[in-house]
Design a binder for this molecule. Sequence first.
Ligand code: SF4
Length: 303
Amino acid sequence: MTDLSMFYSEPVFRPPSEGNSLLLTVSIGCSFRCTFCYPYRHKKFSIRNIGDIKRDIDISKKLYGDSIRKIFLLDGNAFISKPDKLVEISNYCYQQHKNLQRVSAYAHANDIIGKSDEDLMRIAKSGLTMVYLGIETGDNDLLKTINKKTTAENLIKAAQKLHKSGIILSGTIILGLAGNNPELSKKHAISTAKLINEMNPIKSQIWYISALSLMLPPGTEIKKDVKEGIFTPLNQKDTLKELNNILENISDDLHGCVFRSNHASNYLALKGILAKDKDDLIQKVKYGLSHPESLRPEYYRGL
Ligand code: SF4
């Protein structure tokens, strides 16, 4: 009897918006080690060979017929794969799944800036049209502290390269990442707003920025820092103030940026287009600050 199970290396994580997507394992784990990130800590990083990936695509066709609309490439930074390989995977996904509309993946900034504009355009043309980029902060000191292995300048470069190629950018920032230190929190907020401003596309196109709030899962270095008294988490009120500070420093010239804070880790769920809805979003944050009973309680926050 033929084995019709696709390969997965547990635990498996995907962005909330990929909830209905077919998950396809292209790489295992993540080649980076950010201090706050836990899903891939116990996985040895590797990239699967094309034959195994194509076998999984064949199996998914047998399992789901023509019902697949979106495919998300696992794991933490599947976009590290060579351009030719990503194009081959994406082409094969569309070949097998007639109703496929999008292929997407997580990426680290270095996975993007390491590829030429021509290669990124080829990848976009193959149908891999969305990349989820962990921005976290625009503060270079904080990027170093969290072991992000990139800089604000490279994050901006990565975003602009994606815009130019036609691959849609979906970036995430993390509220509370600088901890309970007013000066550092302000620096994180202002640098992050500045970075978002500099990610503004030249031409009119849609892009996404989502805010998460820092969680402290067991086994992470940041959790260890909390236990050792090196890091104090930001409280609910100051997290909202940080969000307010980011929004207030967003340039009025920003366009096409869908801003969301509807992730389960957040105290306040927001959605709007920046900079068009900036004032409205700020008013909602201010309301949350003056009506804490309207916010998501600490015990309801989750990943
Ligand atoms: S690059 Fe992303 S997935 Fe990899 S360790 Fe950092 S936060 Fe986690």
